[in-house]
Design a protein around this ligand. Structure first.
Ligand code: NI
Length: 202
């Protein structure tokens, strides 16, 4: 997810991440981020079996790429890897706050209440539009050491997790935008094609 929501960030969820990397942007990101129109963004991601150093190396490279692109969340399919791995850091301005790494995340509970909030995506740079999503979620996942974990999230964290989890099944936030006119204009203004959107009927 792109960074503009950060001003409304609540204090970031703490994790015991052992894969933190420097948060300063690099001159060159280690991984390229695919953009709207690339088929890589539209596939299903596979569950990760063994959480090993290879997975942690990928998570580190994703974090470096996310910080370089000034994002707050990145999903593996965005860098062309179809595995169920997400990295999130809402507190990118604090070097000591560890990022959150979610492997094989599953939402176990969704609130009935929904929020409307403006989203952006590193795969659709410059485009920001309102999306309706459940306000709060509970989820299960494995952390970067392969440990099973559960967490509750609301506010920006809940939104960011849901946005990134959509990437694991080839869904982009623009697919959920209900303001068809605004969507068309935003995409055109930023050089994207409306025909690359795959609307989800609620
Ligand atoms: Ni995204």
């Amino acid at each position: 997810m792109a960074r503009s929501f950060a001003q409304l960030a609540r204090s970031a969820e703490k994790s015991s991440s052992s894969i933190a990397v420097p948060k300063e942007p690099l001159e060159t990101a280690p991984l390229d981020i695919h953009t709207l129109g690339d088929d890589a963004l539209r596939g299903d991601a596979r569950r990760i079996g063994k959480v090993d150093e290879r997975v942690r190396d990928l998570a580190r490279d994703m974090l470096r790429s996310m910080y370089t692109a000034r994002g707050i969340g990145l999903a593996a399919p965005q860098v062309g890897v179809h595995q169920q791995l997400l990295v999130i850091d809402l507190d990118f301005e604090t070097p000591s706050t560890p990022p959150l790494v979610l492997i094989n995340p599953e939402i176990t509970t969704c609130s009935a209440s929904v929020d409307t909030y403006e989203e952006g995506c590193l795969s659709i740079p410059g485009v920001y539009l309102d999306v309706v999503r459940p306000t709060a979620i509970q989820l299960s996942f494995r952390d970067e050491m392969g440990r099973p974990r559960t967490m509750k999230a609301d506010g920006l964290m809940a939104r960011c997790i849901q946005h990134e989890m959509d990437h694991l099944r080839g869904v982009l936030f623009v697919d959920r935008v209900t303001d068809a006119g605004g969507l068309k204009k935003e995409l055109k203004d930023h050089g994207f094609l409306s025909t690359d959107v795959r609307p989800i009927t609620p």
